[in-house]
Design a protein around this ligand. Structure first.
Ligand code: PCA
Length: 219
């Protein structure tokens, strides 16, 4: 008798953004690439780059969802000037760009989804993720705003997609990471960002419910 084929592990989708604003690198993309194919808590990491472009980033994200059918999606981006890995709590229905995106678009006071809800909360356990990153000795915070540029656009668009019955049960959220050394101050080395994201993903996969600890320094 032929042994039953082993089930492939469930997938998690980890995205990073292409460099923007004249920078040659984006730590979110480097970290996602470093985690490509890794096993975390019995899941396999699918890593992908999103264009730092309003609209096209969400088209790419939907194609990735349809291709991979992940059980969890973590989108990540660079937040220059922040000192810690930031678990984003909320995505808002606003595009309001201070600088043009990589295609030259600079929407001001536009909705991400016309007629959509004002906001969506992350469905990842942000406090458990913060605790797991801090336990690695890496600075981590809960953040109450992902801004109004392409990161918030993707976060909102992701949560709007996952709110559809078609993607029922798929959890999603967004994490901002600091600059790499050489991009500006404050910064975190790539190894710390990779270790932090790995710990955050492990916590997300092992906590169906969040833990409840008081808000932290940036809150
Ligand atoms: N950070 C930007 C967009 C791409 C990225 O990595 C942001 O915070 O919106």
């Amino acid at each position: 008798m032929v042994a039953a084929a082993r089930q492939p592990p469930p997938k998690i989708l980890l995205t990073g953004f292409e460099p923007f604003d004249g920078s040659a690198v984006n730590p979110s993309l480097q970290a996602a690439q470093a985690l490509r194919g890794r096993r975390i808590a019995g899941h396999q990491v699918v890593a992908a780059a999103l264009p730092t472009v309003f609209g096209a980033s969400l088209t790419a994200l939907l194609a990735l969802l349809e291709q991979h059918h992940p059980v969890l999606v973590l989108a990540t981006g660079q937040a220059g000037g922040r000192p810690a890995i930031c678990m984003e709590r909320v995505a808002i229905n606003v595009d309001d760009a201070r600088i043009p995106d990589n295609a030259g678009a600079q929407p001001v006071d536009q909705p991400v989804v016309p007629g959509g809800p004002a906001a969506y909360f992350s469905t990842l356990p942000i406090k458990a993720m913060r605790a797991a990153v801090q336990a690695q000795g890496i600075p981590a915070e809960v953040s109450q705003t992902a801004g109004t540029f392409v990161c918030n656009h993707v976060f909102y668009g992701l949560m709007h997609l996952l709110a559809q019955p078609r993607w029922r049960g798929v959890r999603g959220g967004f994490v901002h990471v600091p600059w790499l050394p050489g991009q500006g101050d404050p910064s975190l080395p790539l190894e710390a960002i990779v270790t932090g994201l790995r710990a955050a993903l492990a916590a997300a996969l092992t906590h169906a419910q969040d833990i409840h600890e008081a808000a932290g320094a940036l809150d």
